[in-house]
Design a protein around this ligand. Structure first.
Ligand code: SF4
Length: 279
């Protein structure tokens, strides 16, 4: 499998060597958590999601909170057929959604596994936003809800923290494509059954960057539904502190001022290590 699954465009044969994401030609699952309640209420619902954490990542942010799986590579490998069979072993009606967490670098394999999969609950594509429009077009055949991050405006910041100078341009195009494929947010019993929910994590000292991202969302994405997050905990070399309450308030006030009112924001107290799952 010569891989061009994501904007890194490594062009490597994943059977023989590894690209930036460091994953091979099988779907590697690090952990599955049943009835996972840590997502937004419209994803977790009252039953919780069936959360599937994939190993590896095509962004590998320096401050990653899931470093054990995204940087170190752990888990069991499945062919597309085996992955499909794995899902069938679960009674999917017991969950509010199927939450595919960091799936981008397995896009082609997941497409093979799930393109005609009939799920009784929404399938959520929970990604970093660093994705190609072509791949979003493809996976939208089986994905019901796109749940991308929109992390950085500044190319300097994205280059430093995620080795992706072009993050903003690439993610904006991908998110616009997600909106095109799921043009409206549709809820059923408070669960988002089709649509787009954009996440933004506020970083220490980066309130201005956050405001530029929120402004972009407001101006360029139709019917924006946002989740603004405060849960950053210091991991990596660049940041040695959590965000301050004041900088979080500045970002939330700005969201309100520009009319970005639909969605969720975390309580400031969420910035603790309880938000880092134990892998
Ligand atoms: S999915 Fe992995 S190997 Fe493929 S282009 Fe992206 S980073 Fe490279």
């Amino acid at each position: 499998m010569i891989c061009y699954d994501c904007p890194r465009m490594c062009g490597v044969d994943r059977e023989k060597s590894k690209g930036f994401c460091r994953e091979g030609n099988k779907i590697r699952v690090s952990k599955i958590i049943e009835n996972f309640m840590w997502e937004e209420p419209c994803i977790s619902g009252t039953k919780g999601a069936l959360a599937i954490f994939f190993s590896g990542c095509n962004l590998r942010c320096e401050f990653c909170q899931n470093i054990e799986i995204s940087h170190k590579g752990k888990g069991d490998c499945y062919s597309p057929e085996q992955f499909r069979e794995l899902l069938k072993k679960y009674d999917l009606t017991k969950y509010s959604s199927i939450d595919l967490i960091t799936p981008t670098h397995f896009s082609s394999l997941l497409y093979e596994a799930l393109c005609d999969f009939k799920s009784p609950v929404p399938i959520v594509w929970n990604s970093s936003g660093y994705e190609s429009e072509q791949m979003i077009e493809k996976v939208s055949e089986f994905v019901d809800v796109f749940l991308p991050d929109f992390k950085y405006f500044s190319s300097e910041l994205s280059a430093k923290l995620s080795l992706a100078e072009d993050y903003y341009e690439v993610a904006l195009k991908a998110i616009k494509k997600m909106r095109e494929k799921k043009p409206n947010n549709v809820f059923n019993d408070d669960i988002l059954t089709s649509g787009l929910l954009i996440r933004h994590l506020v970083l220490p000292g980066q309130a201005k960057d956050s405001m530029k991202i929120l402004q972009t969302i407001k101006q360029q994405i139709k019917e924006p539904l946002c989740s603004i997050m405060s849960q950053f905990t210091p991991v990596g070399k660049t940041f040695s502190r959590k965000i301050y309450p004041l900088e979080y308030k500045i970002v939330l006030d700005y969201a309100e001022k520009i009319g970005l009112n639909d969605g969720y924001f975390q309580d400031y107290e969420s910035a603790n290590k309880n938000f880092i799952p134990d892998f």
